[in-house]
Design a protein around this ligand. Structure first.
Ligand SMILES: Cc1cc2nc3c(=O)[nH]c(=O)nc-3n(C[C@H](O)[C@H](O)[C@H](O)COP(=O)(O)OP(=O)(O)OC[C@H]3O[C@@H](n4cnc5c(N)ncnc54)[C@H](O)[C@@H]3O)c2cc1C
Length: 415
């Protein structure tokens, strides 16, 4: 049996380990003391605190849903939640997606709603080559772009949007055409994004799903991979100068992977230095209560960009919300920002996470392809959100793990 090292016990590492477990000896090496990576939770006050934002699971891909609901955790162990999110748009409280809510904007401000609609009618199809700010103007018109999409996205990307690419938006944002907008006006049509409805474990804790994914997987915790070298004589990968494997599947951030690999060409190292990412800080609060699942905060007067009303993911709702802010924000700054909103009562959890969002600047595509080509040629497999340096949600991480497992199994069969 071949010996496979999977680096990282996040959603990607656990998924591929589960899929390869029967055909190989798989060992997962995880530097943390618990599984889950970005998706993990910690219990505070009897509440599952998502340390890196609230996570909701859904997939439009049948193979992913089948894997999760038939092999990992059956559907009766989850409850389905309908997204009920909103946007604080100026002083208006508008249902998300805002472009489907022009009728509601009309109730607050007739002139603005008419302007938004007339601009949307005149828009042309944007191209994926456009910078993000131009893409928003082209797709939604100037008013929605300037008052919602651009300020919100500036908070997320923390940079001038003229230097951010737009090719990631497909499947991440609703992209209605004029007919969809009119259907929303006259027939109340909604969007069909993957997260317009989603699943959450009946235990009211996403860690249950992660633990189910980790079941039967051989995981070494608090084990950090610090070096990976290939021994051509033995035909083996040597991890931390002591452990031998036939295959390496990494889910650790690409920029860290190239630094611990032996003999990486300078062109690859230079490309990795060009990759950008954003960190995130969040805080768990008790609140006065809401019916919403999450709230977008494009307004400049708050440091936060989003509230995740995590208490409404539980099957008996509780008044808990996570406030999120991009960057490394101190606990005091988070608390002081929260004090401005009477909806937030008491801060009970605080967390900073280094890796949150890949930044799609002009170097992204070229740098990732230089690194991936090198790794593929040298048979070092890498998958996952920061493993591939892409904007992947959990479902896409699972899909990528499934594709990689199939590839490795086929390769083993050919040997
Ligand atoms: C704010 C936010 C909200 C999100 N919300 C959702 C959502 O609602 N729904 C959804 O589907 N997705 C969501 N996502 C995306 C989702 O979290 C990710 O797609 C997924 O968790 C990534 O899993 P991964 O295994 O690829 O990476 P990670 O979770 O980053 O796992 C990598 C693992 O590798 C380990 N590691 C790193 N270096 C080493 C080393 N040297 N040695 C050993 N171990 C190492 C890490 O400790 C980690 O456990 C969200 C992401 C963010 C940032």
């Amino acid at each position: 049996m071949k010996k496979i090292c999977v680096i990282g016990a996040g959603i990607s590492g656990l998924s591929i380990a589960r899929l390869l477990n029967e055909s190989a000896f798989v060992e997962v090496l995880e530097k943390d003391s618990v599984p889950g990576g970005i998706a993990k939770t910690q219990v505070f006050n009897d509440v599952a605190y998502h340390l890196v934002g609230g996570h909701c699971f859904n997939s439009k891909d049948k193979s992913v849903s089948d894997f999760v609901f038939n092999k990992i955790m059956s559907k009766n162990l989850w409850h389905k939640i309908e997204r009920n999110s909103n946007v604080l748009f100026g002083d208006m409280n508008i249902k998300y997606p805002i472009e489907y809510s022009i009728r509601q904007i009309y109730e607050y401000d007739k002139d603005k709603a008419i302007r938004i609609l007339s601009e949307i009618i005149q828009t042309k199809a944007p191209t994926s080559k456009m910078a993000l700010d131009e893409w928003f103007r082209c797709k939604f018109g100037n008013t929605l772009a300037e008052e919602y999409f651009i300020p919100y996205n500036k908070k997320i990307w923390q940079t001038d949007l003229s230097s951010v690419a737009s090719d990631w938006v497909k499947d991440k944002l609703p992209t209605p055409n004029v007919y969809d907008i009119f259907d929303s006006l006259f027939e109340g049509k909604k969007d069909f994004m993957p997260h317009s409805e989603f699943y959450y474990p009946n235990t009211n804790n996403q860690q249950t799903f992660i633990d189910a994914l980790a079941m039967g997987v051989n995981i070494k915790y608090t084990y950090e991979v610090e070096s990976i070298c290939y021994d051509p004589v033995r035909g083996k990968w040597i991890v931390n100068s002591m452990m031998e494997y036939d295959y390496i599947v990494s889910t650790m951030p690409l920029i860290e992977l190239v630094n611990i690999l032996c003999c990486v060409p300078s062109e690859v190292i230079e490309s990795s230095k060009k990759l950008k990412y954003n960190s995130i800080t969040n805080m768990l609060w008790t609140t006065t209560g809401t019916d919403n699942t999450w709230t977008y905060l494009p307004n400049k007067d708050t440091l936060y960009h989003r509230y995740i009303h995590i208490g409404n993911f539980y099957n008996k709702h509780k008044n808990y919300t996570i406030s999120e802010s991009i960057g490394n924000i101190t606990k005091n700054e988070m608390v002081n920002c929260g004090k401005k909103d009477p909806f937030l009562l008491e801060p009970i959890g605080y967390n900073y996470s280094k890796y949150a969002y890949v930044v799609f600047d002009n170097n992204h595509q070229k740098s990732v392809s230089v690194i991936m080509n090198y790794l593929t040629q040298n048979k070092i497999y890498t998958i996952g959100r920061f493993g591939e340096w892409q904007y992947y949600n959990m479902d896409i991480c699972i899909k990528r793990s499934m594709a990689m497992a199939k590839y490795i199994i086929q390769e083993q069969e050919m040997c």
